[in-house]
Ligand binder design. Structure first.
Ligand code: ASP
Ligand code: MG
Length: 459
């Protein structure tokens, strides 16, 4: 029986030709040991390209489009070492999108997503070509032909059932050969390219893992996996060797950049293990973070701390809010109708606080004003805050954990402005002023992992 394994390589794994050779050697040795496995390789854009595309759209009116594509071509060509007509046609295939947008003076959503995802189309071709020259024969498949999304531009969700259906009806293709797939995008039900949000290739990989019932999914990065704390705050964080799906989900949802916020979900549905590996270590399960179905046991029930400044707090105040039924429902419905995601909610008798993404804060504030609900007397908006998430299975069942967290923060004279515990069984959140973010993470990390072995002046 053939089994599938899905491997994703990120942009940071493709900074130079040597990096790609390293990826080739990882793939070659994997193929050597497990001959009954079909490999599905998901790739990101070459290093820095997505940002270049985003910037090109930002400055479109001043952009010399011909030069831009010529440079893009040369950049990719240098990885191949010589001119390549097919590469040229891939690179220039979306030139009209930019020309058209420049002409009309604005960038429609479908153009934006088509352009920003272009790095993956280009890298997948370059990589497949380099793989081929090194004896690795992978068929290149375009996700627009089978990954179906909900059509939300900029950050779409993959519709797993429809994607699986598409894959199953073309299963021959997947069984015949190993494949390489550009990550980061799919197509809406009416065929528009939609991106999956920054870092979305992780999500492409896990969604394919789901559809193919893969034995495992491995994401190769330039970091060893999940760490106990953000290296910006903590000079010597430890590698977290194992996490449950819930733990990984909470950490990525609230700030840990190492994993895309939607990536865990598809795997949880089918109990498929996920490995996050540092590409320099190759595929080494002893030196990565394993995200597995079984609840994981470690000495501490606190496993990791993440933080995010991508929050805004919109507060609805009114004397009787807690007593009147339906107010929260009205607000939530209106926010959802705008396509805005509420990260979480804290309510009391006199105040409903919605926590949303920083970019969405102002729109929610305006909406709140236009709702004209009688019960609401005042709406306020704060966006200079950071959210700290302390994550671990069993965190809420162990007495004394919360007091250790808050004492550590209080000792640093940091004001905790809001707390949410109990909404998730594996996480405790609190909000601090944004300038205290780093110090709060450091203090909590010190409390659980000890601070003695590193020097704070070090950084
Ligand atoms: N290239 C895209 C980005 O930089 C997607 C990815 O890397 O996963 O966000
Ligand atoms: Mg990237």
């Amino acid at each position: 029986m053939v089994r599938f394994a899905v491997l994703k390589f990120g942009g940071s794994n493709f900074k130079s030709v040597n990096d790609i050779k390293h990826v080739v050697s990882i793939l070659s040795s994997l193929k050597e040991v497990s001959k009954d496995t079909r490999y599905v390789i998901v790739v990101s854009a070459l290093y820095g390209i997505t940002d270049k595309l985003v910037n090109a759209l930002k400055n479109l009116q001043d952009l010399e489009i011909d030069n831009f594509f010529q440079e893009l071509y040369e950049f990719h060509r240098n990885f191949l070492g010589s001119d390549d007509e097919r590469l040229k046609s891939v690179i220039f295939s979306i030139e009209d999108f930019l020309q058209g947008a420049k002409l009309i003076g604005r960038v429609p959503d479908f153009v934006y997503d088509t352009v920003v995802s272009h790095g993956e189309r280009c890298s997948a071709y370059v990589l497949s070509e380099i793989f081929r020259r090194n004896g690795l024969d992978f068929s290149l498949i375009d996700p627009k032909d089978f990954i179906v999304t909900d059509g939300k531009f900029g950050g779409a969700t993959i519709i797993l059932e429809r994607t699986e259906e598409n894959i199953l009806t073309n299963m021959d293709k997947w069984l015949q050969n190993d494949v390489i797939v550009p990550g980061f995008y799919g197509a809406s039900p009416n065929g528009d390219i939609t991106i999956l949000g920054r870092g979305g290739s992780d999500y492409t990989a896990t969604a394919l893992g789901y559809c193919l019932r893969a034995a495992y999914v491995a994401l190769f990065k330039d970091v060893p996996g999940f760490l106990t704390g953000d290296p910006r705050a903590v000079s010597r964080p430890f590698l977290v060797s194992a996490l449950s799906y819930d733990e990984a989900d909470e950490l990525s949802y609230f700030g840990a950049k190492v994993l895309h916020y939607n990536a865990v979900d598809p795997l949880r549905l089918r109990d498929i293990p996920l490995y996050i590996c540092d590409v320099t270590n190759g595929f080494n399960l002893n030196k990565c973070t394993r995200i597995v179905p079984e609840k994981t046991k470690v000495n501490y029930c606190v496993k990791s701390i993440s933080s995010s400044r991508d929050i805004a707090i919109v507060q609805f105040k009114g004397r009787n809010l807690g007593r009147v039924p339906g107010v929260l429902g009205e607000i939530a419905k209106a926010v959802a109708n705008m396509g805005i995601n509420i990260k979480f909610v804290i309510t009391s008798q006199t105040c409903i606080s919605l926590i949303v993404s920083r970019n969405d804060g102002e729109r929610v504030m305006k909406l709140a004003e236009s709702l004209r609900l009688n019960e609401i007397e005042e709406v306020t908006f704060k966006h200079d805050k950071a959210l700290i998430a302390v994550v671990g299975e069993g965190l809420l069942d162990h007495h004394g954990i919360a007091s250790r967290i808050f004492k550590a923060v209080a000792d640093a004279r940091i004001n905790v402005e809001m707390i949410s515990a109990g909404a998730s069984e594996v996480a405790l959140y609190f909000i601090v002023p944004e300038e205290a973010e780093i110090e709060a993470v450091r203090r909590v990390h010190d409390e659980f992992w000890g601070g003695s072995e590193y020097d704070k002046n070090d950084r």
